[in-house]
Design a protein around this ligand. Structure first.
Ligand code: NIG
Ligand code: FE
Length: 413
């Protein structure tokens, strides 16, 4: 089917070629005012100024959509979520209000272990139904590509259950989905005194099945004091890499323990969180090809310091933004809020935040050839805004729903 969209107030993120954006280039967000966009079989086929329409599209298709007053931009690429989980943890939310820290709640058996208990009790079908609802919800909020992790199972059977749910989501959904194995999210209680035995289980029992059933694209480790050391992360990543899983890692949320350097050495696609960065961490990351994925809603929800976005961007790091959607530290997958918060609290320019949540997010999932910009040949995964005065209005008018419609593969949701 061919669809022509005309009278677009502004078509945002026009790119002839793909580049991972860093430094000053992150603030460049090219657009066309009063534009048209031609979509053939779900793929962007042509675009341009309205005055070029006759020349570029000599034969108008039957299906024409008017987008007067609307901004059209690439759908969000949310490169870090834990969207498959069971139940919720609002009791811990109250504990936090009363003064307990994230680390104290985890030490009490709450946190990840609490979610693992809930997940253990849920059937695969129950998990799938809950996750599907969340996926539809975030798609309506403009997310067109998403990464989803395991990590609330922590046993062979339950980690596989989570990843099988992600596989079913991939099969059923039109969204582009990448899957990450996060068996090394925390140590289960029975392995508290014997870390090596759990690492052995990840390597010898989980990974071989994941490889045979093709259940994951990436391997992740929560590298943190009280969780996995940089050395343990290396061992687990190398095992995953032997099955073709590239590392995409939780690093420097609470402490800086050498994870950045180790992740770069392992050629990690991305290092995610980064609330706690030393100057050396920033310099090393800037000199690498690894993307720094910032998760500001986790810092917001946990009342922690935000990621040093300005310092990272100004140092020339490649920065992406993601939601970290999970029941413990970011119970929201709303990328519109992630973008707004990044501008409000991390002083990212609106253009920088939008680029970080689209094209750089696509890179952080290795989906840059398919999504993340308005480029001929990419999927027509698009956000149509309500009439707004400017693009800056999006993060400025935070918390308001400014999305009129979302298109995935050329079709409106
Ligand atoms: O990315 N920090 C580790 N993992 C998740 C949160 C896990 C949880 O609290 O359930 C995160 O923030
Ligand atoms: Fe996370």
């Amino acid at each position: 089917m061919t669809t022509l969209i005309i009278n677009i107030q502004q078509l945002i993120s026009i790119r002839v070629q793909n580049h991972l954006l860093r430094g000053k280039a992150l603030a460049e967000l090219p657009g066309i005012e009063n534009a048209f966009l031609l979509i053939e079989d779900g793929i962007i086929a042509e675009y341009g100024h309205m005055y070029e329409l006759e020349l570029k599209v000599p034969q108008l298709p039957g299906h024409i959509i008017k987008a007067d007053g609307q901004f059209v931009l690439p759908a969000w690429c949310d490169s870090h979520t834990h969207l498959v989980f069971a139940g919720s943890r609002e009791n811990e939310f109250v504990d936090k209000i009363k003064g307990l820290s994230y680390a104290e709640i985890a030490a009490k058996g709450g946190g990840i272990l609490n979610s693992a208990k809930n997940l253990n009790d849920a059937t695969e079908d129950e998990l799938f139904i809950q996750a599907w609802k969340r996926l539809i919800e975030v798609a309506k909020l403009g997310t067109g590509a998403i990464e989803i992790k395991s990590g609330y199972g922590l046993t062979v059977e339950t980690e596989l259950k989570m990843l099988r749910v992600v596989k079913r989501l991939k099969e059923k959904s039109n969204l582009l989905i990448k899957s990450t194995f996060l068996g090394a999210h925390t140590y289960p209680v029975q392995y508290k005194e014997n870390h090596q035995a759990y690492i052995d289980s990840i390597i010898n029992e989980m990974l071989p099945v994941i490889a045979v059933e093709k259940l994951a694209d990436y391997i992740d480790v929560f590298c943190e004091t009280g969780f996995f050391s940089a050395e343990e992360m290396e061992i687990i990543c190398k095992a995953g890499m032997s099955y073709g899983l590239k590392p995409k890692l939780h690093i420097n949320q609470l402490n800086s323990i050498g994870g950045i350097q180790k992740a770069i050495e392992l050629n990690a696609v991305s290092v995610d969180h980064l609330e706690t960065m030393t100057d050396k961490d920033v310099a090393d990351l800037a000199a690498s090809d690894t993307i720094g994925t910032l998760l500001p809603t986790a810092a917001f929800f946990l009342r922690m310091q935000y990621q040093p976005a300005r310092q990272l961007i100004d140092a020339n790091c490649a920065v992406a933004l993601a939601s970290d959607y999970n029941p413990g530290s970011s119970p929201s997958g709303n990328m519109n809020f992630v973008v707004a918060l990044s501008c409000i609290q991390m002083k990212m320019l609106p253009e920088e935040a939008i680029n970080a949540a689209t094209i750089n997010g696509a890179y952080a999932m290795e989906l840059e050839k398919e999504v993340g910009s308005i480029t001929v040949g990419k999927k027509a995964n698009l956000i149509f805004t309500k009439p707004i005065p400017s693009l800056t209005y999006l993060p400025y008018s935070f918390g308001n729903n400014l999305i009129d419609k979302v298109m995935i593969n050329g079709e409106f949701l």
